[in-house]
Design a protein. Structure first.
Length: 202
């Protein structure tokens, strides 16, 4: 999310982006290689536990301080008092692999992992042409470029998703990242991109 809601060091943005991309890619690869039912059960249990911890920390000042201290290098200031992006990533990964085929879900999650991280880094570092509310043209171009590169890599190693569907998914992912935040873009990007690719595969 190429947003500048408060000053951040480039090092902090880059660190969170690397973790975000790594977590998303791990989910995508695990969903591709593991049996679908096993993956959905395992990820579902982990997601429920993590999201439950998030809910509990808002009821306990001590637990919230502990949580923020442990995850301080990876969360934004505003996430100290609201659900972190990690919970949305877990929910998005589970929904994507539940709703779509494994190849489509893996690609959609990878769009979120690399596209969103690229938009954030390049938007904050090089963004000069604002679209609205901190969103920048540079961030959106970085998002689309990262999604296209991701599609090229996956398809070149044999992912059975047609180029036309992958490119359409990349475009939708870019629009979802740059659109007004009706829902968290960690959730919007993979679900909308996956839906577009699935429709084109019918």
């Amino acid at each position: 999310m190429n947003r500048n809601s408060y000053p951040e060091s480039i090092k902090s943005v880059l660190r969170r982006g690397v973790v975000h991309a790594g977590a998303g890619m791990s989910a995508a690869l695990a969903g591709l290689w593991l049996p679908r039912t096993f993956f959905l059960i395992a990820l579902g249990v982990f997601a429920i536990l993590f999201i439950s911890l998030e809910m509990l920390r808002f009821r306990s000042r001590y637990l919230n301080r502990w949580f923020c201290r442990i995850f301080r290098p990876f969360i934004r200031r505003v996430e100290r008092k609201r659900i972190t992006g990690a919970s949305y990533v877990l929910a998005a990964a589970w929904l994507a692999f539940f709703l779509f085929s494994q190849p489509v879900a893996a690609l959609a999650i990878s769009f979120m992992a690399f596209g969103d991280s690229s938009a954030t880094f390049f938007g904050k570092t090089f963004g000069k042409h604002r679209i609205y509310d901190g969103k920048t043209l540079e961030g959106s171009l970085a998002c689309f470029s990262a999604c296209v590169i991701t599609a090229v890599v996956f398809i070149s190693i044999g992912l059975p998703v047609p180029w036309s569907a992958a490119l359409a998914g990349a475009a939708v992912a870019t629009v979802a990242e740059g659109a007004p935040p009706v829902i968290n873009d960690n959730l919007a990007i993979p679900i909308l991109a996956g839906l577009m690719m699935s429709l084109l595969l019918l």
